[in-house]
Design a binder for this molecule. Structure first.
Ligand code: HEC
Length: 307
């Protein structure tokens, strides 16, 4: 027993380790390594074959996908695109105006209430005025009757159609989707919606679209049931910004990004704080770990055979 001694070697210097004395175990290990060489080669060959097979399967799968025929939207330099960029709230405000005056004729935004706009694009008193423009069916009152009243901050945005069937009936059978989360619900997000809104063009020679459909190269299938909703000067902005087609599309997309992700600005601010905090804390914790473990890590245990 006394033969087994723990020797703390200062700084890992002179360890009294005699490897040759405990060789048998070592040698057994060495031979097992050389034996496995054949198996390793077989495994490697299997790996290469499997990867090749998977790659081939992927290629075959992609070559028959029709989605390659549609035009992918380019990625636009959004003012809120950067890691630390907030939404342009003046743009969100104009975008709401576009939604209200153009898109809301066909599209609902059923997850947004007027109160959501407060402090984002409008002041509380402005939103109250906006809400009061609509009529809401409420009730029942004391006599059991439903009644209408002006909208309040807590009311949700009004829907253009009472139900999806009515919406389809009014749009040649196509259902205008709810826009609350549309930029998250489509590949390409706001790049896609921007391209869709500004991308209407004449069909190429040899392509004809059915009556009531419109040619749009960004829409999967290229024939969309939505007539081009915006054009230059489709509305007049209350802040005097020239309402060109691309300006209108950009503003409504910024508004839709905010609608789908109201926590956008908060998320980026939290991310910055987290990175700053972590850049201090992680080195500190690493240093403390090295410090606490230094005694154990620089210790060597050696076997001293009895003389
Ligand atoms: C006249 C009615 C009408 C107006 C106004 C309108 N849309 Fe549409 N929209 C539709 C219809 C109908 C569809 C469904 C098209 C389809 O599925 O073929 C649609 C589809 C969409 C889609 C989904 C496309 C997809 O990938 O499925 C988006 C996004 C969209 N509209 C955005 C807008 C925006 C933004 C506005 C306002 C600038 C707007 N729309 C104004 C009728 C309208």
């Amino acid at each position: 027993m006394a033969a087994l001694r723990a020797v703390v070697a200062a700084g890992g210097g002179r360890g009294i380790l005699n490897a040759a004395k405990c060789a048998p175990g070592h040698r057994a290990n060495m031979s097992s390594v050389s034996l496995a060489r054949g198996r390793k080669a077989a495994l490697a060959a299997l790996g290469v074959a499997a990867a090749g097979g998977a790659g081939l399967a992927l290629l075959l799968h992609q070559s028959v996908k029709a989605s390659e025929l549609e035009l992918h939207p380019p990625s636009y330099p959004w003012s809120h695109g950067g890691m630390l960029s907030a939404l342009d709230h003046a743009s969100v405000r104009r975008g709401y105006q576009v939604y209200k005056q153009v898109c809301s004729a066909c599209h609902s935004m059923e997850y947004l209430a007027f109160r959501n706009l407060v402090g984002v694009s409008h002041t509380e008193s402005e939103v109250k005025v906006l809400a009061e423009e609509i009529e809401v069916v409420d009730g029942p009152d004391e006599s059991g009757e439903m009644f209408t009243r002006p909208g309040k901050l807590s009311d949700y945005f009004p829907k253009p159609y009472p139900n999806p069937e009515a919406a389809r009936a009014a749009n040649n059978g196509a259902l205008p989707p709810d826009l609350s989360y549309i930029v998250n619900a489509r590949h390409g997000g706001e790049d896609y919606v921007f391209s869709l809104l500004t991308g209407y063009c004449d069909p190429p020679p040899g392509v004809s679209v059915r009556e009531g459909l419109y040619y749009n190269p960004y829409f999967p299938g290229q024939a969309i049931g939505m007539a081009p909703p915006i054009y230059n000067e489709v509305l007049e902005y209350e802040d005097g910004t020239p309402a060109t087609m691309s300006q209108v599309a950009k503003d409504v997309c910024t508004f839709l990004r905010w609608a789908a992700e109201p926590e956008h600005d908060q998320r980026k601010r939290m991310g910055l704080k987290l990175l700053l905090g972590a850049s201090v804390l992680i080195p500190l914790i690493y240093y403390m770990k090295r410090h606490k473990w230094s005694v154990l890590k620089s210790r060597k245990i050696a076997y001293r055979p009895p003389k």
